[in-house]
Design a protein around this ligand. Structure first.
Ligand code: CA
Length: 122
């Protein structure tokens, strides 16, 4: 698991933010690692928290594993606001060749240099 720090600022120009109604949630593309919970808001509207995400991704997942982190808050009038950001565990060409194609001949130091050519050949 890898720690990921999430931070930002929440403000509301009308009634003000209800500090007891700030939460975060994580949507994992694989549906496995999805922490959620309350967020503590400082008096100046800033927040910071750390979550643990799994760095693993499937060998065949070419666009990487995507986590979407959403922070939501309500103002004192009950209006909801939210913002999201994403974290991606990137795809790795070297690993893909080794795991999915099971071609041990490619498991050499020259592997990365030739990756683009090989990709086109497939
Ligand atoms: Ca993916």
């Amino acid at each position: 698991m890898v720690p990921v720090r999430v931070f930002g600022t929440i403000t509301d120009s009308g009634s003000g933010v209800d500090p007891t109604k700030v939460t975060f949630s994580v949507a994992d593309e694989y549906g496995i690692v999805q922490p959620s919970g309350p967020v503590s808001l400082s008096p100046d509207g800033t927040y910071s928290f750390t979550i643990l995400l799994q760095a693993y991704r499937h060998g065949g997942d070419k666009n990487g594993r995507q986590y979407t982190i959403t922070v939501s808050a309500r103002d004192l009038a009950g209006n909801l606001g939210s913002a999201s950001t994403t974290v991606v565990v990137p795809h790795d060409d070297h690993d893909i060749h080794n795991r999915d194609e099971r071609d041990n001949e490619r498991n050499t130091d020259k592997d990365k240099e030739g990756d683009n050519e090989r990709d086109r050949a497939h």
